[in-house]
Design a binder for this molecule. Structure first.
Ligand code: PHB
Length: 389
């Protein structure tokens, strides 16, 4: 047999033999946290790791009599690397849980590893609808893009926006954004004048924004992943789209709390929909934002951070319920959890293993010398509409 095939066959045998077996026999409870810590999405990895560590600092590192060990690995944003790390974590580290997944392709590449090894996989970031269907071992604590964009489409239709151009990053969550926003907006009687897609790697927004300017829509609807919004905003203003009276409405990743303060005046007034704003008014969120800032040199947590913080909550509570046992028992104890998150009340739907939550319409406002996504409307208990396709 060819050496590589032999190795991968051995790895599959290793994964299969591990199924259902008790994980680490020592007194630890291991969580493998796979994140983009370098490359263009490093800001996402940093937010996720900081929030997971904050949860542990606040809730202790002992659960069900076991010491929680967080094994953090850099996937560099590459699906192949993520999958290889996941295999190593399951086979060598014998982790109880795989967690993280900063981008949809990283979660999709790892799903077969979770299924084969019967390891619960907590998706703390990736937001394409299909993700939870890639493995029965996936539980999601982030959000789904359809949840968010249909809520925005309804708001747009009620707020005098009749013609839009959509501009999205050309990969799974961007395509979900385009599909579900446009579908709902058209069903509401709106017109989508043009649909544009920009590359994921090193996008140059200028030529696309010129086309938007020429099309003269009432609004530009846009999705770009966390960390990329400031480049888009800068070009939007440099191309004079704001001066031309074109409104910007966005999936909330665009006005990401982590980078919003670098966007400047052009961001003020931008309306977006999302499941979390650092400006969310609740005592729990205030405590979360303050503690995150204190532990991270004044940094503001974004929606990635809240996905990881809540993901750790789901893991801790499940581990308590199973007294540290992994596999199917741990997975089942994750399903159906209902709790208050810094974002508001949420639950993990036991059937879909997806998160059900409030979606907020927010407007960027300047308060003192800072920009915030101020929540102006709330739609409660929003499920992933993508599941009904
Ligand atoms: C995704 O790849 O699913 C993803 C990443 C970043 C976002 C939203 C979705 O801000």
């Amino acid at each position: 047999m060819h050496k590589r095939h032999f190795l991968s066959a051995m790895l599959s045998v290793g994964l299969a033999t591990m199924s259902g077996m008790a994980q680490a026999q020592d007194n630890t409870f291991k969580v493998g946290l796979i994140l983009p810590m370098s490359g263009p999405f490093a800001s996402t990895g940093k937010q996720l790791e900081s929030a997971a560590r904050l949860y542990m600092a606040q809730h202790g590192d002992m659960v069900a009599g076991r010491k929680v060990v967080l094994v953090v690995k850099d996937d560099t944003g590459s699906p192949e690397v993520t999958k290889r790390i996941a295999q190593e974590l399951v086979v060598n580290e014998k982790v109880h849980v795989l967690a993280g997944f900063g981008l949809t392709p990283l979660a999709m590449a790892t799903a077969p590893v979770a299924t084969q090894s019967k390891t619960p996989m907590v998706v703390m970031a990736a937001a394409t609808s299909i993700v939870t269907e890639a493995s029965p071992y996936i539980v999601r604590t982030s959000f789904t893009v359809p949840q968010v964009v249909v809520t925005l489409a309804d708001w747009a239709s009620k707020n005098n926006i009749k013609r839009v151009v959509s501009l999205v990053t050309d990969y799974a969550p961007g395509i979900d954004s385009e599909k579900y926003f446009n579908q709902r907006f058209i069903a509401n009687g709106g017109v989508v004048v043009e649909t544009l897609r920009v590359p994921l790697r090193s996008p140059d927004f200028a030529p696309f924004l010129q086309r938007v300017r020429d099309a003269k829509p009432d609004a530009l609807f846009t999705f770009v992943p966390a960390g990329v919004g400031s480049a888009l905003m800068k070009q939007f203003s440099e191309r004079g789209l704001d001066k031309a009276g074109i409104r910007l409405i966005a999936e909330g990743s665009v006005t990401d709390d982590d980078i919003i303060n670098s966007m400047g005046e052009v961001a003020v007034g931008v309306v977006s929909a999302h499941h979390y704003s650092a400006a969310h008014k609740s005592p729990l969120n205030k405590k979360f934002v303050d503690a995150f800032g204190k532990a991270n040199g004044g940094a503001r947590p974004n929606f990635m951070a809240v996905g990881a913080y809540d993901g750790m909550r789901v893991i801790y509570e499940a581990a308590k319920a199973t007294k540290g046992q992994g596999g199917d028992a741990l997975l089942n104890a994750m399903k159906g959890q209902v709790f208050e998150s810094p974002r508001g009340q949420i639950y993990i739907d036991a059937q879909t293993r997806d998160v059900v939550q409030s979606i907020y319409i927010r407007r960027v406002e300047r308060i003192g010398d800072q920009l915030w996504n101020q929540e102006i409307e709330t739609v409660t208990d929003v499920k992933d509409i993508g599941k009904s396709r």
